[in-house]
Each structure stands twice: as structure tokens, then as C-alpha cells.
Ligand binder design. Sequence first.
Ligand SMILES: Nc1ncnc2c1ncn2[C@@H]1O[C@H](COP(=O)(O)OP(=O)(O)OP(=O)(O)O)[C@@H](O)[C@H]1O
Ligand SMILES: CC(=O)N[C@H]1[C@@H]2OC[C@@H](O2)[C@@H](O)[C@@H]1O[C@H](C)C(=O)O
Length: 380
Amino acid sequence: MKTSPPTPAAYYVGLMSGTSLDGIDAALVAIAPHSAPELLSTYAAPMPDVLRQQLLNLCHAQRVSFAELASAETAFCELQAEAVKGVLAQQGVPTDRISAVGSHGQTIEHAPNGHDGGAAYTLQLDNPSLLAELTGCTVVADFRRRDLAAGGQAAPLAPAFHQALFSQTSGERLVLNLGGFANVTWLPSDTAKSVIGFDTGPANVLLDAWFSKHYPGRFDQDGAWAASGRVNQTLLNRLLQEPFFHQPPPRSTGRELFHLPWLESHLTGREAPQDVQASLAELTAVSIAQGVQQLPLSHQRITLITCGGGAHNKYLMGRLASHLPNAEFESPAAYGWPEDWIEAGAFAWLAYQRLHSLPGNLPSVTGARGQRVLGGVYAP
Ligand SMILES: Nc1ncnc2c1ncn2[C@@H]1O[C@H](COP(=O)(O)OP(=O)(O)OP(=O)(O)O)[C@@H](O)[C@H]1O
Ligand SMILES: CC(=O)N[C@H]1[C@@H]2OC[C@@H](O2)[C@@H](O)[C@@H]1O[C@H](C)C(=O)O
């Protein structure tokens, strides 16, 4: 009997600029049916200070002009094009080998439940038409709004990719993303069961904001400043009263809720700054541990695959280990995916799903009425 040759892998680029606004990550990914996506090369385009400030001004802005919006969007798309060209040059791959670029865009506001009874929305700044023009690649973009239209939270989307990525391995696992916000994915060992995933709350967003208020630089390297402080239990308890932490899934959040003024509204002004930093790290660790405790874990010991920039924060990882004593921490690098590239990889995979008319969301995670094909296609 003749067997047909295996379908060769197609190349996709995933672009992610997360809520930390530290830069645009580009991942070149080889994807073939029935095998785990393979990471071929990576490129990080750092966010220039001017663009970062422009984007921060747009996040939960009360008043903004269309000219400011357009200027930030154009600069953002130019940086995305630089990231696409950078990741291809790294591997010597010509543009015409790329099936599509999956672009997440920059989240500037996320209100999946609406505000004050208004319509639900999630806003990602992006210009896929310009990106197609600048790169000469097919671009897939606007991944979140179809899930929202189907009654979902539009986030987190990465759990579907986590399932695809780790489907070749067996056993119950958790994937934890420590980005600006933290989200957790439960992959059951029994594949007949549904994946569970949700945002647990802030991860780096408040740590970065409080650090930058006191020191030059964007983040507390290895959590050294937090480690020099002591957790203020009264402050921590006050922060944990935020209703988001007590909502059952599906749930997702963003900068519109957790921002510097939110933190400052809980301070008396008498706290030592380093104690506030330690308490913020504790808030992240405790809210993640509380999220994990809600999961229907079938084993006492659990493998926790940790990704996102917060995985480099030694102090935060130590606090997590202390609140999750039964967890065995594993790096996704063991699967060929270093911790900083999973989210960009997710948007390469979502572009693949779109071009093959396959669903991108998991209704068990987002709460959507059903599976949906996510994103729109912009020809080169
Ligand atoms: N060595 C380190 N020590 C402490 N923190 C670090 C270190 N390296 C990275 N980080 C943190 O990781 C953050 C960037 O993480 P990442 O790129 O995963 O976020 P993101 O993609 O913007 O987030 P999100 O998942 O919310 O979209 C930095 O802002 C910083 O807070
Ligand atoms: C609306 C939005 O951009 N949400 C981000 C954010 O960053 C982490 C967490 O909050 C997650 O919900 C999501 O990103 C990842 C890529 C996701 O959708 O899975």
C-alpha cells in the first residue's frame, strides 16, 4: 500500500506586544498537521520610550484625539514590520515562504463585561493593512473580537495553543504565564475533559509601575528590591479584597482595573516603598495559588510549566514555590520553547488555525457560546 508523503511544515510568524509594553516579540514557527508547532527563531524589537509613552497615554484614556491614535498605531505597525523582517533575516527565510503573520496588536482597553452597563468591548490597536503593505506578507489580525461577539471574554486565548503545544506529552499539567497579567491553563490528563484557563490577576504590571515610580528603569531586576522589603499583611489583605479575585471563571482583566492609581488608593502613605513591592509580589503569588486551588486537580503533585517575563523574577518564583508547595516547576524550554516566546508562538498558531478555517478559542476557557474561527485575513 502506498503512503502519501507527510505534509511539509508551513512557516508562520507570530507577533505579540503584551500588557507590559516592553517590546514586540516575533516568533518564526513551523507548523505541520498532527505535530507540535516548532519554534525556529525569535526576534525582540524593544519598545522605544516615546512609543511606550504614547501607548500608555492611550490605555484607559479619558480623552484622546484620532491624530494621536493614528500616530501611535502607525509607529506601532512600523515596529511590528521591523520585528517580522528581523525574525526572517535571523533564519535567512524569504518573505514568500511565510504563509501568514499573526498579529495580536496592542491591547489598550479590555472590557469584556462592558462598563457601567455599556456594550462589551476589547480594543487592540493594530493596522493589519499597513503591516501587509510593509512586510509583503499575508496578515491575520483581530483575533479577540469574534470570541467576544460569541459571548466570550476574548481572553485568555493562549490556553488553546498550550493544548496544541503540549498535546504530544501526557499527564496533567498547568501552564502559568507571568506577563503584565498572569493567566493559568489546566491541561487535564484525561483528554475527554475540557481545558480550563483564566486570568488570575496582575503579575508584573504593578511591580513594574511601582518600581519605575522610585527608580530609573522599567523593572525590578530578579525581584531584588522586593526581596529587600517585608510583606505588609494589612496592605495585602486590602488588595485581595478586590472583587476580581473572587470572581469565578471565565474571567479576564487588564490595565483598566489594575494600575498605579488603583494601588495608591489602597496605601496609607506610611508604608515603606520596598514593603509595597514585596506585598505586590505576594499579591501575584497568592492570587495565582488561589486560582490553582480552584482547579479540579487529580494529583497532589502537579507540574507547572512557567512562562512569560515574570519567570525570570527569582523573588517572585520563590514566593510562588512557597504558596504552591506541591508544584514542580518546569521550563517550557524543555519542549523547545523558551519562556519568553510562547505568547508570540500562540499568535503564529492562531494564524495557522485561521487560514485552515479551524477554531482558535476554547469555549471552556473564554465562556463563548461555541468554538469560532478567529481573526480576519489581509492579503499582501
Ligand atoms: N530578570 C527579570 N527580573 C524581574 N522581572 C523580569 C525579568 N525579566 C523580565 N521581567 C518582567 O517581565 C516583564 C515582561 O514580561 P512579558 O514580556 O511576558 O510581558 P507581556 O508579554 O507584556 O505580558 P502579557 O502576558 O500580560 O501580555 C517585564 O516588564 C518585567 O516585569
Ligand atoms: C486582553 C488582553 O490583551 N489580555 C492579555 C493580558 O496578558 C496576559 C493576560 O492578560 C491574557 O488574558 C492576555 O494575553 C494572552 C496572550 C492570552 O490571550 O492568552
